[in-house]
Each structure stands twice: as structure tokens, then as C-alpha cells.
Design a protein around this ligand. Structure first.
Ligand code: A2P
Length: 274
């Protein structure tokens, strides 16, 4: 079943290529329902963050599912005002209490807070060495942040989760991550559904009898990018996982690459109001 296809991180840990993102699912009912239906469909990778304020709901849905812990891949992130060495260790415990888990699969630094992220990283290295988390990584890091982090890091990040979609095809960053064996992961992989009507997407969708959303997600996979499309709707969750029975041609990939406008939905990591 396709939801079991994995990428292998540089420390050997396997991560399902497609996960469920739960950003903006604030109320318990929505997040519990969304995680339950995703787990029923076969998703095993769930991506939350302390900032989303829904770790408790994610934990409840996981517990109620009865799925063995080792079959799941659970991700959360340390928020900007929780960064620093001691602060991060404490933030991790808060997240674990809310999730109701005794180990985490992947812990991420949510944004490169200037002056803080190298200390935050030291805390992640400690959590990793202590066996509390199976893999560690960052989000929204550009090449210069990664250069700085790796200059003092003992352990290289295993993942970099950034805004990435056809309107923001960050090819240089993707190449940098590939060169350093850092798995690139896309947030807002669908570009929040804002440009499904682009002709390169609509035409490829017609040719393959898929939807523009599925074409975008397939484009990510063919660029070796891990994805966490967000949907609260079971039919769309199913659609977003049904990506493994077609392949975009080289020409289609290039047409979709050509949609890039360096256009962000979120903040530029160097301009965020930290
Ligand atoms: P919904 O939760 O109602 O399905 P992104 O992952 O880029 O942040 O995009 C998420 C947005 O795209 C949400 O508004 C979600 O709405 C919508 N969405 C998710 N999957 C699909 C799909 N397969 N087709 C259309 N819209 C989708």
C-alpha cells in the first residue's frame, strides 16, 4: 500500500513519504476527526507542532486508534519562544505530555530564530542521544542557516521542512539538501490550493486521470520531497495518498517547475518577526 513507501534519513530511520499535516486544525473535534480518518485510510505519519496548539488532540486520536506505537511516525516542533537549550528541553517535555507519548519520531526546530537556534540544536542533539527522539531536524532553514548550524553541530539535521510547492520551487535549496543528505520536506505542499487551475497542472491531471492536487503531490515525490498535505476531509485525504499509480513525464515535470514565481504564502525566513 502506497502510504507505506518511505524515505530513509541519513541515520537509517525510515519515514513514510506522505504524512498528514494538521496546521490550522485548532479545535479538538476537527483534529481528532482528521487524524482518526487519516489513520483509518492508512496514514502512519502525522505532523504537528507546539504552535498549532493541537498536540493533545493528535495524542488522543493516536491513543484511541489502538495502532501499535512502532507503526506510527509522529512529528512535532519547538516554537520560537521556546528556543534556547534549557527552554527546548522543557518544551519537549510539554509536547510529550500533551501527545501522551514516551518517545518521538522526529523533533524539528520550527524557525531559525537568530541567536538561538544553535543552542536549540544542542538540546535536540541531547534528546536524540538520550533516545527520546528517533530523528532531529529543522524547518525554514535556508542554505546560510544550515551552513551556520553545521559549523558547530555534532549531528547533521536529518530533515529540513520548508515551504515548497510549484510557485516556490526552491531548486538551489533542494540541491543543497540532497548534497548534504538532508531530507527535504514540503509544508503547504499544495500551495494551500490556490492555483489548481494553472494549465500545466490541469492538463497533466487530465492526461493521467488525476486531480491537479494529485499532480502537485506527485511532482514533489518525483523531486524526492517528503509531503504533509493538510486535509480534514476523508475523501481528500484519500486522494492525497493515491499518488503511486502514475508518473509524470520529464516534460510535465519541467512544465510544473516552470510555474515557479518564488512566491511565498508564509514569511521569508530572514524577514520573520522573531
Ligand atoms: P480541506 O482541509 O478542506 O481538504 P496545504 O497542504 O498546501 O497547506 O493545503 C491545504 C489546503 O488545501 C486546505 O485548505 C485543504 O482543505 C485543501 N486541500 C487538501 N487536499 C486537497 C485536495 N486533494 N483537493 C483540493 N483541496 C485540498
Amino acid at each position: 500500500m502506497s502510504l507505506q513507501e518511505t524515505f530513509t534519513l541519513h541515520n537509517g530511520i525510515q519515514v513514510p513519504k506522505v504524512g498528514l499535516g494538521v496546521y490550522k486544525m485548532n479545535d479538538d473535534e476537527e483534529v481528532i476527526g482528521a487524524v482518526q480518518s487519516a489513520l483509518d485510510i492508512g496514514y502512519r505519519h502525522i505532523d504537528t507542532a507546539s504552535f498549532y496548539d493541537n498536540e493533545k488532540g493528535v495524542g488522543t486520536a493516536i491513543k484511541d486508534s489502538g495502532i501499535p506505537r512502532e507503526e506510527l511516525f509522529v512529528v512535532t516542533k519547538v516554537w520560537n519562544d521556546e528556543q534556547g537549550y534549557e527552554e527546548t528541553l522543557q518544551a519537549f517535555e510539554r509536547s510529550m505530555d500533551k501527545l501522551g507519548l514516551d518517545y518521538l519520531d522526529l523533533y524539528l526546530v520550527h524557525w531559525p530564530v537568530p541567536g538561538k537556534y544553535t543552542d536549540t540544536w544542542k538540546a535536540l542533539e541531547k534528546l536524540y542521544k538520550d533516545g527520546k527522539v528517533k530523528a532531529i531536524g529543522v524547518c525554514n532553514f535556508m542554505e546560510h542557516h544550515l551552513d551556520e548550524l553545521m559549523a558547530s553541530a555534532e549531528i547533521k539535521p536529518m530533515v529540513n521542512q520548508v515551504e515548497f510547492h510549484p510557485r516556490l520551487y526552491q531548486k538551489d535549496l533542494a540541491d543543497y539538501c540532497a548534497e548534504h543528505h538532508i531530507q527535504l520536506e514540503a509544508w503547504a505542499p499544495l500551495g494551500r490550493g490556490k492555483y489548481f487551475d494553472a494549465s500545466a497542472l490541469k492538463e497533466a491531471a487530465e492526461r493521467h486521470d488525476k486531480t491537479p492536487a494529485q499532480v502537485i503531490l506527485r511532482w514533489h515525490l518525483q523531486h524526492d520531497v517528503m509531503i504533509i498535505p493538510k486535509s480534514s476531509n476523508a475523501d481528500r485525504q484519500k486522494q492525497n495518498a493515491d499518488l503511486f499509480d502514475f508518473e509524470l513525464t520529464e516534460a510535465e515535470m519541467q512544465d510544473i517547475d516552470g510555474l515557479n514565481k518564488n512566491e511565498r504564502i508564509g514569511k521569508h525566513p530572514d524577514e520573520f518577526d522573531y
